[in-house]
Design a protein around this ligand. Structure first.
Ligand code: MN
Length: 237
């Protein structure tokens, strides 16, 4: 005979009163989950649509953020809504294709969110990795130039659409380059993502037509190294 959710919650509250530490944590987690909005929201850019010119034009950035990124937010939310409805009505759905689509859309939303924040208007960011990040990059890749070359090659050689990402493996302490196909393939589980570069053609077709290499070259002029370093510091805490 199991307790109802309400009974179990009341019991936890009583236990909390007598100082049961583990139960306190349970209640906190339950509380956090209840307070979350349950759906994804398009984040605002940390700069204006014109601010990445001449490397990314206003028109390119506006469409990329307001249309393409928004589409992943909408896509993920629509699937969550579909799952909610199917569960409520106890209806069957095609779990395999639904989860595949969910993974693609959530991946798209989260990677774009990281991407906007690891860019900075030209002249506002440092020219190369700073702080602990600079040390970690030199230790792993021997030099910043070598890292830049490998990361560029990762970006240029993504088959079809995808991303190049700099990640941190906490088990080895190594910064490792991840080449993501689409938004969700070849992802290393648990690796903290420090920096991403979007090489979907939608990221550069207005400014560079089909010339991905020119866009990747431009990317290096607008990296927000302080933000990437901050992510590293957070990851090792
Ligand atoms: Mn994109």
């Amino acid at each position: 005979m199991g307790l109802s959710h309400l009974q179990s919650f009341k019991r936890k509250v009583r236990n909390k009163a007598v100082g049961n530490y583990k139960t306190c944590i349970t209640i906190k987690i339950v509380g956090d989950i209840v307070e979350k909005p349950k759906f994804y929201v398009l984040p605002q850019l940390p700069y204006g649509y014109k601010d990445l010119e001449p490397y990314i034009s206003e028109e390119q950035l506006r469409i990329h953020h307001a249309k393409h990124h928004q589409a992943y937010v909408n896509g993920a939310n629509a699937i969550l809504q579909k799952l909610d409805n199917a569960r409520k009505e106890n209806m069957d759905l095609d779990v395999k294709s639904t989860l595949k689509e969910l993974s693609f859309n959530i991946g798209g939303h989260l990677l774009h969110s990281l991407f906007w924040d690891n860019l900075a208007p030209p002249g506002k960011g440092e020219e190369k990795p700073v702080g602990d990040l600079g040390n970690a990059v030199e230790k792993e890749f021997v030099s910043f130039e070598r890292f830049r070359k490998e990361f560029t090659q990762a970006a240029l050689s993504v088959e079809g659409s995808g991303w190049a990402a700099l990640t941190l493996c906490k088990q080895t302490g190594r910064p490792i380059i991840m080449q993501i196909e689409k938004h969700n393939m070849n992802v290393y589980p648990m690796f903290k993502i420090l920096m991403v570069l979007d090489v979907f053609e939608h990221a550069y077709y207005i400014d560079y037509k089909n010339e991905r290499a020119k866009f990747v070259e431009a990317f290096w002029k607008i990296v927000n190294w302080n933000e990437v370093n901050k992510r590293l510091e957070e990851a090792v805490k």
